[in-house]
Design a protein around this ligand. Sequence first.
Ligand code: FAD
Ligand code: MLT
Ligand code: ZN
Length: 539
Amino acid sequence: MLRESMGLNRLRRLGPPATLWRLFSTCSPSVTVLDRLPSALGTLPPGLEAFRQARGIHRWSDRTNQTGSAELHRLPFSRVSEQDLTFFENLLPGRTITDPDVLMVHNVDWMKSVRGSSELLLRPQTTEEVSKILKYCCERRLAVNPQGGNTGLVGGSVPVFDEIILSTSLMNRILSFDKVSGIITCQAGCVLENLSTYLEEHDFIMPLDLGAKGSCQIGGNVATNAGGLRLLRYGSLRGTVLGLEVVLANGTILNLLTNLRKDNTGYDLKQLFIGSEGTLGVITAVSILCPRKPRAVNVAFLGCSSYRKLLETFQCCRGMLGEILSAFEFLDSACMKLLEKHLKLTNPIAENPFYIVIETAGSNATHDEEKLHSFLAEVMASCLVTDGTVATEDAKVKALWSIRERVTEALTHDGYTYKYDISLPLENIYQLVEDMREHLGNKATNVVGYGHVGDGNLHLNITSHSKDPDLLAAIEPYVYEWTARYRGSISAEHGLGLKKRNYIHFSKPPGAVALMNDIKHMLDPYRILNPYKTLPDHS
Ligand code: FAD
Ligand code: MLT
Ligand code: ZN
C-alpha cells in the first residue's frame, strides 16, 4: 500500500483516510477542498449596455479591434428582413429567437471580453434543418455564426456584428454506442459532461476532458480541436474522431460519419473541419472512439522548487509510470495565489514555486499504486519534489483536479485577462512567463503560467485592473515574436477565432495561409460562415 510503504500521514481536511494521503519529503515540507466550475453563462447581469460598461466588454460595432490592430468593418452581408424572419419561423417554430434577453447571453463570450449585436438566434434540432438554414442564408448572403456551448476563449463563438447565431444546443441526441468497439455517435450539441456520464454508465470514458466540460459541446470541441487534460494519454481529436457529418455553407450535407478506424480511400476530408472553428461548415454529428473506463485512478498533487526540477520530474514520471500516466499538468505559485484569493481554495501542500498534477489511469489498482509509489519515493528522495498529496477516491480526485481546472475561473476575478495559449519546446515553456514578467515590469497586475506540460502547451495569462491599451501594446507583438523565435505555435489548442486571426503568420508560412484561403473560398465562396474569424483580415 502506498500509505504504509511511504509512512504517510493522513490528510485531515479532505476526509476519509483510505483515499488521500499527504507526502512528506525529507527535502522540505499541508490540504483541502474545492468544488466545480459554475456555468459562467448564467451569471450575466441585466442590461447589456450597463454590463458592457461595467466590465469593459468590447462592442464590435464600435469598429475598433481588441487586438489593437486595424479597424474591423462589417462586410456587405444582407441584413435580416421581415421576410427572412417569416422563413425561419416557418422552418423552426418556437426556435427562432429574437428576444433580446436570450440573445444577450449568446452575443457575449465566456470571458465576457467581446460581444456582437446579433438579433436572431436559430435553434435547429436536425441536420436537415441546418441544411435548410444554410441554403437559405447562402442564397440571401446572410452571415452565420455557428455556436456550441459558447465556452471558446478566442472570441470565435460570438458574432462580431449582426451575424445570425446558429446554436446546436438542441441537437443533443446520442445516436448510437457500440459497446464492443467503444465508438459513440452523437449529434454535435451533446454536452461533453453528459457524454462522459453516459459512457461511464457503460464502462467507457470520453477521450477528452476539459474544465468547460459542463457547458461545452462535442461539436464545439471538434470545431476547435480542443486538447484538454487527457491529450497526453489518448491523443488529439484528430486521431479519436472517426467520422463527421457536416453541413456546408450552401446547405449540402456531407456525410463522413463512418465508424471505421482505418479508411485510406482518398483524402481524409473530416480533418479539414476539425479545428476549422465554424469557418468551413457546421458540424452536425460526430463519431468518436472512446477508451475503456480505467478501474484505478490516482491523482498526485506535488510541489517543485524550480521549473528545471519540474521537467526532471516529468522525465522521471514518463519513465517510471509508463503506460498508466494519463496527465501531467502544472500551475505556478501566482496561479495558486489567485485560487486562494478569488475562489478561497486552500493549497493542499506547502507553498512552492510550481505545482504538478499527475494522474494515473489503469486497470490494476495494486500495480498502479506500486508504480506510483516507486515514482514518488524516487522524486522525493532525489529532491525533485518537496511535498505532495495523493488521492484515489473519486471525490478527492476531483478536488485535486479542480485546483488545476479552476485557474481559468480564478483569473476572471482578477480584472481583465489577456490570454495566450502557446506551444513551445518543453525547456523554454516557463522562460516565456519569466521574460514577460520582466518585460512588463509593474504594468500588469499578474503574469501567470499554467498548462499541459505533457503536451508542451503553456497558458500564459496577464491580468490588469481593466482593459489597458498600453499594456496590450507591451504584450503584443512581443509574445508572438518570442514564440516564433522558439519555433512555437501562437495557438496550441484554443484556435485563432477573432482575437488571434491576424497573428497566424507568426506560426504559418504565407503559402500555407494562402492555401487555407483557397480552401475557404472553395467551400464558402460568399464567406457567410463565421466571418472575421480564423483567417487574417484582407484574405
Ligand atoms: P463554442 O465556444 O460555442 O465555439 C467555439 C468555436 O467553434 C467557434 O468558432 C464556433 O463558431 C465553432 N463551433 C461551435 N460549434 C460548432 C459546430 N457544431 N460546427 C462548426 N463550428 C462550431 N480548450 C482546450 O482546448 N483545452 C482545454 O483544456 C480547455 N479548457 C477550458 C476551460 C474553461 C474553463 C473554458 C471556459 C474553456 C476551455 N477551453 C479549452 C476552450 C475550448 O475551446 C472550449 O471550451 C470548447 O472546445 C469549445 O466548445 P463549445 O461547444 O463551447 O464551442
Ligand atoms: C486550460 O487548460 O485550463 C484551458 O485551456 C483554459 C485556459 O487556458 O485557461
Ligand atoms: Zn488548456
